[in-house]
Design a protein around this ligand. Structure first.
Ligand code: GUE
Length: 300
């Protein structure tokens, strides 16, 4: 058997198109949503993401505000910028790119963001809303994963889901979303005993560990849906000295022989993260203006 490849790139393009239509309708009434991105330091991978985000923000018709700060910036300076963005009426969404340099208390920055502009869904208010089933902003990567899962299996009730990874950014909100879809959810992590056997029970397996190709073909239940959140950059000497390529947390070739559907890396979850960020920014813009959020996706 060979799995259906879940084309996140195509799904994300469609979602961005629906966001763009809704943005055009707002803009026709003089309301242009704005997304502010704060990037601290010089990490080259972060720069690439931030550039892609800025380009796609403009492509859907929103305003993009980029703030680049040196790695040596103080916590107070970042807090001051966040409070200016909170107060700026042109800014609907704020994203502070993580990770931040060590001298900055990340949690303090996250909690300084106005929850109404927290389009990353990292503020404890939004995390708590997700936990308690109240409408709020949901982290972009887990939201994108759920949309991809539902694109191949709309009704998830009663399915066994295993999420490998327990971060606040991916693992925990992913598990919460799957619970809200009536899955039976296990959160596995580095201390989980018999991880392979735990994974083999999963109808839906989400891998978000950051370890290249850790999940092998024989960890997967035949017919499972496999979502690979891993973005691991490894050396690719075939392409030349110093070149790299991206691989996931799942051994794709093996897994595709066993799963019913699987996301590739790249072209799977990554593009959905940015599309969901734009979706959340549109939602923030609508909420702030007392307008209804247009229906864009099955999981809205
Ligand atoms: N506050 C915050 N929010 C984030 O959402 C956030 C962050 N910080 N820090 C960094 C991570 C990483 N991240 C990605 C987004 C898109 C791709 C993406 O589009 N990847 C493409 C490949 C891109 C390439 O080729 O390099 C793909 O998977 O097809 C990857 C990674 C968001 N993050």
């Amino acid at each position: 058997m060979s799995a259906t490849i879940i084309d996140g790139k195509a799904y994300a393009a469609g979602l961005r198109g629906r966001v763009a239509d809704a943005v055009a309708a707002l803009a026709a009434n003089g309301m242009v949503p704005g997304l502010a991105v704060v990037l601290v330091g010089e990490d080259p991978a972060s720069h690439v993401y931030v550039k892609n985000k800025a380009r796609q923000t403009v492509e859907v018709g929103m305003r993009s505000f980029e703030h680049r700060l040196p790695a040596s910036v103080t916590e107070t300076e970042v807090l001051d910028l966040v409070s200016r963005l909170n107060a700026d009426p042109a800014v609907d969404g704020i994203l502070v790119q993580l990770p931040l340099p060590l001298q900055i208390d990340t949690q303090k920055i996250i909690e300084a963001i106005d929850p109404a502009k927290d389009v990353d869904g990292f503020h404890p208010i939004n995390a708590g809303r997700l936990m308690t089933g109240v409408r709020g902003f949901v982290s972009c990567t887990p939201l994108g994963c759920l949309l991809l899962i539902r694109s191949v299996q709309p009704n998830l009730a009663g399915l066994d889901a295993v999420v490998i990874g327990r971060s606040n950014i991916v693992g925990k909100p992913m598990a919460q979303l799957l619970v809200s879809q009536n899955c039976t959810v296990t959160i596995a992590h580095s201390k989980t005993r018999d991880l392979k056997d735990v994974c083999r029970r999963a109808d839906i397996l989400v891998a978000a560990v950051g370890r290249p190709e850790m999940v092998r073909g024989d960890w997967i239940k035949p017919g499972a849906i496999v979502i690979d959140v891993g973005i691991n950059r490894i050396p690719n000497p075939d392409a030349g000295e110093g070149r790299t390529r991206l691989i996931g947390d799942v051994a794709y070739g093996e897994a595709a022989q066993v799963a019913s559907a699987i996301t590739p890396v790249p072209g799977g979850v990554g593009p959905m993260t940015i599309a969901c960020l734009l979706r959340n920014t549109l939602e923030a813009a609508c909420l702030r203006r007392g307008l209804p959020m247009p229906a864009l996706d099955a999981a809205a």
